[in-house]
Design a protein. Structure first.
Ligand code: CUA
Length: 312
């Protein structure tokens, strides 16, 4: 069926099963009721001005039938959905944990071996994973339509969900809880790799590797990182103010800071802003930028700066 997203996790077929069961029952009753309604409207229509409605006292067998049959159907739906729900809430023992942190307005994924990625979730095909999730600030929600999973992330407590990705490919991860200005841009890519490709990614030396594609010029890499690491959620390219200062013309611009100082934005300033954003907050902007320490390598930062230089 094309009107629902591709089924790309082990849970998708089960969730769709519940959906189809309920849809099918609804369709059957819709048709049954509509046909009877039309049929009776014609059969028992008023034929003349002195046509009188007979006195109807009701029928016990009929009452029993239309009480018992829907009750049985509801119990069937409940049991079926409960079995699926229980399965969805019970991660298998061999599921690998991935820590998910949602914050305004990026997704951060921390893997067991110390790898960390931003706005890109790397998964191994046919390997069950458990997302251990928390939020830094407000409620966010982890939603991957193709996996049929959705779960809120809350500040101050952990929530979890699990699934097994069964198809190699790239899928969209959306934040499904309104969380502020950058909500609509709080998206990530879920990249499901074949077991062989995943092993190569997993054993890559660099944290966050997988986005730094070889063969790109620094400017191309910078542009890629700008989109993939979530810079674009807060920093525009055309001068409009989204959450943080626009990147348009940023290099060489004189900035005023909340502590009253001011200086010209140069390479060192950009680097410090990426690694220690709270150390110098531009006047008029909220101190909400997360640190990219351990996420962006020195080469990545250089590439971003190279890219910013093209925006003047
Ligand atoms: Cu995070 Cu909406």
């Amino acid at each position: 069926m094309t009107w629902i997203p591709e089924a790309a996790s082990n849970l998708a077929g089960k969730v769709d099963g519940v959906l189809w069961l309920i849809t099918l029952m609804s369709a059957v009753f819709f048709v049954l009721i509509t046909v009877l309604l039309v049929y009776f409207s014609i059969k028992y229509r008023r034929r003349s001005d002195d046509d009188e409605t007979p006195y109807i006292t009701g029928s016990e067998p009929l009452e029993i039938i239309w009480t018992v049959i829907p009750s049985i159907l509801l119990i069937v739906i409940f049991i079926y959905a409960y079995v699926v729900y229980k399965d969805m809430r019970t991660p298998p023992k061999d599921a690998v944990d991935i820590n998910v942190l949602g914050k305004q307005w990026v997704w951060e994924f921390n893997y067991y071996n110390g790898k960390k990625t931003l706005n890109e979730l790397y998964l191994k095909q046919n390997a069950p994973v458990r997302m251990v999730m928390r939020a830094d600030d407000v409620i966010h929600s982890f939603f991957v339509p193709q996996f049929r999973v959705k779960q809120d992330l809350l500040p101050g407590r952990y929530t979890q969900l699990w699934f097994t990705p069964i198809k190699v490919g790239t899928f969209d991860l959306f934040c499904a809880e309104y969380c502020g200005t950058g909500h609509s841009k709080m998206r990530a890519k879920v990249i499901v790799l074949s077991p062989e490709a995943y092993d190569i990614w997993e054993n890559g030396a660099q944290a966050g590797e997988g986005s730094a594609v070889a063969g790109l010029t620094p400017v191309e890499l910078g542009e890629k990182l700008y989109k993939e690491k979530g810079c674009n959620a807060c920093h525009s390219l055309d001068g409009t103010v989204v959450v943080g200062p626009s990147f348009k013309g940023i290099i060489g611009r004189s900035e005023e800071f909340t502590d009253g100082s001011s200086h010209t934005a140069d390479e060192n300033y950009i680097r410090q802003s990426i690694l220690e954003p709270q150390s110098q907050v531009v006047k008029g902007f909220p101190p909400v930028m997360p640190s990219f320490k351990g996420i962006l390598s020195d080469d990545d930062i250089s590439a971003l700066i190279a890219y910013m230089k093209t925006l003047n």
